[in-house]
Design a protein around this ligand. Structure first.
Ligand SMILES: [Zn+2]
Ligand SMILES: [Zn+2]
Length: 289
């Protein structure tokens, strides 16, 4: 029996990924991924292109998006999966978030300008293909210009609280973002929970608030969190009656350690999120036979 490789979290040039939606799907196919969701930041413009490419390669495609939210003064990411991409409310609200992101980029550039770094907005834009300018694009530009030794150091030196390029930004609220996803018939998923470093008190509170808002799943397995954390999040998922999801959070080869196409096994104690989707369940059962 071969379990299909399922990747429900990755990025294209529509947000901060390296590959166009078509290239990304082709790449996933070359890595034997059979079920793929494209989850660009606050943008669903790549879905039609990715779906078309996936269907031409015989892959199963799932609509996705990754929405930035503010919860308890922290920025969290909520992935939406398998929603109707024609839903107007979702599209309108995502446009609003992107406008906020653009306004933030102007403020970041202003802060950097005050610190003597000119032309940062244009520089960051040159790293951003189709989507809106994010902090990663500033970091790439500043690293290229030698303001710090690498992208990670730029974040530390310029983009964190107290530093010239830091801008406090309020995203959507958790309850709203979950409602947009569920309102479009999708499943809301807490992305890479391991990255939030919240401690044993705040995680259960997040699960509780998320569940009350109508959230249904959590990335128990993610390319952007330590594999040793899976067990803790599997436990939380089960405690709060949430489904488990998995994804690479791939942005491009060499951009980070996150790789696409690696088998990411959801602990057997968990209910995988695709249990809700007959088309994937069938694929898995067909594979078993
Ligand atoms: Zn994320
Ligand atoms: Zn992501």
């Amino acid at each position: 029996m071969i379990t299909p490789i399922i990747d429900l979290h990755c990025h294209s040039t529509i947000s901060d990924g390296l590959f166009s939606p078509e290239e990304l799907v082709k790449y996933a196919h070359s890595k034997d991924v059979q079920v793929l969701a494209l989850t660009d930041h606050d943008d669903i413009d790549g879905l039609d292109r990715a779906r078309e490419k996936a269907s031409s390669l015989g892959m199963t495609f799932i609509n996705g998006v990754e929405i930035s939210v503010t919860w308890q003064k922290r920025t969290l990411h909520i992935v939406g999966l398998n929603f109707d991409h024609h839903n107007e409310a979702l599209a309108t609200n995502l446009t609003k978030i992107r406008k906020g992101r653009d306004a933030r980029a102007i403020k970041i550039a202003h802060g950097l300008g005050m610190a003597g770094i000119m032309g940062a907005l244009e520089g960051a834009r040159s790293y951003c293909k189709d989507g809106s300018v994010g902090r990663i694009h500033f970091a790439q530009y500043l690293a290229e210009k030698g303001h710090a030794k690498d992208v990670k150091s730029v974040f530390k030196k310029f983009l964190t609280p107290g530093k010239p390029g830091y801008v406090e930004h309020v995203w959507a609220n958790l309850t709203e973002a979950v409602a947009w996803i569920t309102g479009a018939g999708g499943v809301a998923v807490i992305a890479h929970p391991g990255r939030y470093d919240m401690g044993n008190k705040l995680y259960p509170k997040l699960m509780n608030d998320f569940k009350l808002a109508g959230g249904e799943a959590i990335e128990v397995v993610s390319g952007s969190q330590d594999p040793s954390q899976s067990e803790y999040f599997a436990k939380l998922a089960n405690e709060y009656g949430l489904f488990a999801s998995c994804g690479s959070d791939f942005h491009g080869p060499g951009i980070s350690f996150r790789q696409m196409g690696q088998k990411q096994t959801i602990p057997s104690s968990c209910r995988p999120v695709w249990d809700k989707w007959p088309v994937i369940k069938k694929l898995i059962n067909d594979d078993k036979n």
